[in-house]
Design a protein around this ligand. Sequence first.
Ligand SMILES: Nc1ncnc2c1ncn2[C@@H]1O[C@H](COP(=O)(O)OP(=O)(O)OP(=O)(O)O)[C@@H](O)[C@H]1O
Length: 285
Amino acid sequence: MTTIRITGLGKRYGATTALDDLDLTIGRGVTGLLGPNGAGKTTLLRCLGTAQAPDSGRIEVFGLNPAVAAERTALRRRLGYLPQSPGLYPNFTAAALLDYVAVLKELTGTRQRRAEVRRVLDEVGLTDRARTKVRKLSGGMRQRLGLAQALLGTPDLLILDEPTVGLDPEQRMFFRALISRLGETRTVLLSTHQTEDVSALCERVIVLRAGRAVFDGTPRELAALAQGQVWLSADPPAGGSMYWRTADGDYRTLGVRPPGGAAVRPSIEDGYLTLLGPDAATAVR
Ligand SMILES: Nc1ncnc2c1ncn2[C@@H]1O[C@H](COP(=O)(O)OP(=O)(O)OP(=O)(O)O)[C@@H](O)[C@H]1O
């Protein structure tokens, strides 16, 4: 089932091309967007989240065209959006902030709205922080609150811009479990710099570079791009290949087989590095 259909999408900021004649279709489940800094991920998510209009091309989400005012409103009712830097009012409590967003999302019945606020607080594990002011929440808790506001009203489409950025490993696990559960019944599109997020979560991965999709497939297919190019050896390669020393003291090489190199199964990160070459240096953290 296709949720999102994008054709010929273009967006420029002055001389910078952020999206370049982009075509994509995305369906139910969790899809990950990877790409180096400035590849156009946030611009794409903002266009899909109806926070920004493209210059050219067409977007259809659930058959609705956000360029048409009435359809944009209908789309917003079915959409949850976690922006890269959600503007969470620091002096609101977590519950008051969610209540305010719920009003904006047209949950007008007071009882229904309170129940919905309690539900999403529970879903993100923040029930005991309901009365805590936003400014007193940790970065990870604010990120959870950002996700909670996206979940209000049980939207069919969730757009999450770097949802796991700044989270500690425990919080990241929590987010992954939650996002994968959400993806069982709806469409989730998330951007990330973490290839581990993609392997843990995403059925499908799209790699953007310079506003174009340069890869669209499964995480396994992305990893396979480096098949036959990943090696472990006792000595470093002569040169020309990417390599690093592992914690075990071996050298892991991506590229030409070093002397005595044993083939290793490639990871998603290997596939990504192979796809992007030197551009990837800024992309994987
Ligand atoms: N408001 C803006 N004004 C001018 N240029 C912008 C603006 N927003 C984005 N850009 C430029 O558009 C390009 C795409 O940016 P975008 O934020 O969409 O990329 P990204 O893939 O999300 O990057 P990152 O991984 O660093 O968040 C970049 O070159 C960026 O500098």
